[in-house]
Write a protein that binds this ligand. Sequence first.
Ligand code: CUA
Length: 312
Amino acid sequence: MYENLPKSASNFVDDVDKAFLFIIGISIFFLVAITVTMIYFIMRYRKEKNPVATQIEGSTKLEIVWTVIPTIIVMFMFYYGWAGWKPMTQIPEDNFPITSVSRMWSWSFEYPNGRVTDTLYVPEGENIKLDLVAADVIHSLYIPAFRVKQDMIPGTDSEMWFNSEKPGEYDLFCAEYCGLRHSYMATSVIVLPQDEFDKWYNDSTLMETAATMDPKLAGLAVLRKNGCNACHSMDGSKLVGPSYKGLWGMPRMVETDGEMREVIADEEYIKRAIYEPNADIVEGYQKGMMLSYKDMVTEEELESIITYFKSL
Ligand code: CUA
């Protein structure tokens, strides 16, 4: 899914690329110039050609030159960097806000009408403001094709914005090491033409809510919305947490208050596992890897998750 060369698809691309190319151009120029000079000096002043070393006392003129020129170049680098970065901090009043939540190790996006998705959908040509929320540790939201990246710090409000004129699908991932499955913390941003976005946004049959869906699928939708599959598989494979497969109604060994005991995976057990994930730790797994989802999963949603587990 990762491209070698980033696509270009937002209002920030030109300025960021200009600064980048300016800096890399100067760097390549000096890399070549210094290397060539160095090789020339090695040849020209080696021992056979120049047996007696010359003591040079210094040159004020030369010192001024090699101080002033680099200072001017660096000030230009600063200027291009600043000019490209400043507009990113000036969020237009007229914007479409989407709350973006990051947690170990998944993303979710909440739209003004209450829809929640694990992929970011945005309309073409509109100013999109992302309100950034980190649920647990520091993450960073990075969209290379848009040239935007912003750290997300727990307990601190931050925001970012962009405007994309190019419909398409682009990578979105976490750019701050946030633990074991950091590298799996990736999704997409999908830019849709305005009419297609409106259709998607207002289509109530697409609303993934417990009320409108088959109860089995509703449970799956709740798991997806909360990013549960980042750590729990559906097929029995072992990730950070236990798989859902073969869970319902089966006995399992857990550690409770330092003592091993056998429990049956019933409604009571699953509720505890979601609301107090560190109370019972399944044998072979680590404590402290999951936060309570009490504020994120309602009792009704919990029911639908259990219905879904029963169907596996
Ligand atoms: Cu989240 Cu890395």
